[in-house]
Design a protein around this ligand. Structure first.
Ligand SMILES: NCCC[C@H](NC(=O)CCC(=O)O)C(=O)O
Length: 445
């Protein structure tokens, strides 16, 4: 049966803003307090989705979360009408209000970990929403994320949904941003690389000193168990703690894989040789391309600034791949020079496409952060909610929807505006009809 990889991008929500909430994520911290443009952000995201669909790839869209999250604010002790809750939170703890307004669910690489049916014991696609415990504003995503995934991938014959891991730092899980699958063909069983930043129970393992390691070994192992992966399929790799301390808060800021290609920075892993050996051993019949980018050509800080590795490597036809890079890569001289050279290296990567996702980049989210990969076959594709699959008509409809509901400009001061809450809810109410999601949001239940 034909197998391919589909990408499900997060639609940027109407409250997109820059609040500096992600300690350890350099862009989030350095753009804190700037005004944002939710409309531009959503349009940039839709353009990327359309561009990938136009390349012939299956492209899906995942709905954003309900924000401001009034329920969480009430749970934290703010009372009165919705407007009063917003106003009290703004006066007492504006950072908390911003956390409850973040549009961070746009980065669907953190929505869940997904294992395709070719790898799992029961032959279904498995999903585990990420608990995202390390950042409060992200830890309030997983419940609704699970509901949305359940509506997009509803057929239990093909899809199996797990609960998020226990919400505790021991099991800190950031989803597919720390997970890459290598394989000969999407439909053949592959190896799934789980990259973690520290061990919660074994403190003798190296760990970063400055910035947090968001993903633990214990979380990665639990997800692999839940998905029914065996020892031949799962590989656990320790991220280099030094790069976490330089702003590499997820592995997808320093490495990306697709089929038989692993594209990574020389400093990405603590023990690269051992990791590559294990991959070779577990994929013995596959011609693998390990493309290592040396520090002398691209320093870690340039990789972090440009998001060279937060690119999407997509297969356009057998053996012919394109790399989808943020426009910042074209503007960073060392990275642009490397990408020019990459096309001459005789690897499957033959094309580079630059995309403008600046609104997201300024919060530390590149093209790869914005998408959740689901490798699937035709039957699984046919069982996916068709209203969430990108095409000309949906692209037009969603752009009109954005134009009608989104603001051009948003600053942190606007988050207390009760009109923003009403605008967001009416936008999302309409969106659940467009995407045929039923009642996934708290305000609809
Ligand atoms: N995979 C990319 C995730 C980026 C995300 N940024 C943020 O949440 C920034 C939000 C803010 O600072 O307003 C994060 O760090 O988890």
């Amino acid at each position: 049966m034909v197998q391919f990889e589909a990408n499900f991008d997060g639609l940027v929500g109407p409250t997109h803003n820059y609040a500096g909430l992600s300690y350890g994520n350099v862009a989030s911290q350095s753009n804190a307090q700037d005004a944002s443009s939710p409309k531009q952000a959503a349009r940039q995201g839709l353009q990327k989705m359309k561009a990938l669909a136009d390349l012939g790839l299956v492209q899906g869209v995942l709905a954003p979360q309900e924000r401001p999250d009034i329920n969480t604010l009430r749970r934290l002790g703010f009372t009165g009408s919705d407007a009063q809750v917003l106003e009290k939170a703004f006066r007492e703890d504006p950072v908390l209000l911003a956390a409850c307004c973040s549009a961070s669910s746009m980065w669907t690489a953190n929505a869940a970990t997904v294992s395709p049916s070719a790898d799992t014991q029961d032959g279904r696609i498995h999903f585990t929403p990420a608990n995202l415990t390390n950042k409060f504003h992200r830890s309030i995503e997983h419940e609704v994320t699970g509901r949305i995934l359940g509506q997009v991938f509803a057929d239990e014959r093909y899809f199996c949904h797990h609960q998020a891991l226990p919400a505790n730092e021991y099991f800190g899980d950031e989803g597919a941003a720390n997970h890459t699958r290598l394989c000969a063909d999407y439909g053949r069983s592959g190896v799934e690389l789980f990259v973690y930043g520290r061990s919660a129970f074994d403190l003798s393992q190296p760990a970063p000193r400055r910035y947090p390691a968001r993903q633990t070994l214990e979380a990665s192992r639990a997800v692999a168990r839940l998905h029914g992966l065996n020892d031949d399929t799962a590989i656990f790799i320790l991220q280099n703690p030094d790069v976490i301390d330089q702003g590499v808060f997820h592995n997808d800021v320093i490495a990306v894989g697709n089929q038989n290609v692993l594209f990574y920075h020389q400093e990405a892993f603590l023990d690269t040789a051992a990791a590559l050996d294990e991959i070779r051993r577990k994929l013995p019949d596959t011609e693998l391309h390990f493309i290592e980018v040396p520090t002398t050509e691209v320093p870690v800080l340039d990789a972090v600034k440009s998001y060279l590795f937060n690119t999407q490597i997509v297969t356009l036809r057998p053996g012919h791949m394109a790399i989808i890079a943020p426009s910042e890569c074209a503007e960073t001289p060392s990275v642009k020079a490397y990408l020019d050279k990459l096309l001459t290296l005789n690897t499957p990567i033959r094309e580079v496409h630059f995309m403008d996702v600046k609104q997201s980049m300024r919060n530390g989210g590149g093209p790869a952060c914005l998408r959740l990969r689901v490798a699937m076959n035709e039957a699984e594709h046919a069982a996916t909610n068709p209203a969430c699959l990108m095409n000309e008509a949906l692209f037009g409809r969603l752009n009109q929807w954005v134009d009608r509901h989104y603001r051009d400009r948003l600053s942190l001061n606007d988050l207390r505006d009760p009109a923003l809450l009403l605008e967001s809810r009416s936008a999302l109410d309409e969106l659940t009809q467009i995407l045929q999601l039923g009642s996934v949001y708290p305000f609809q239940r």
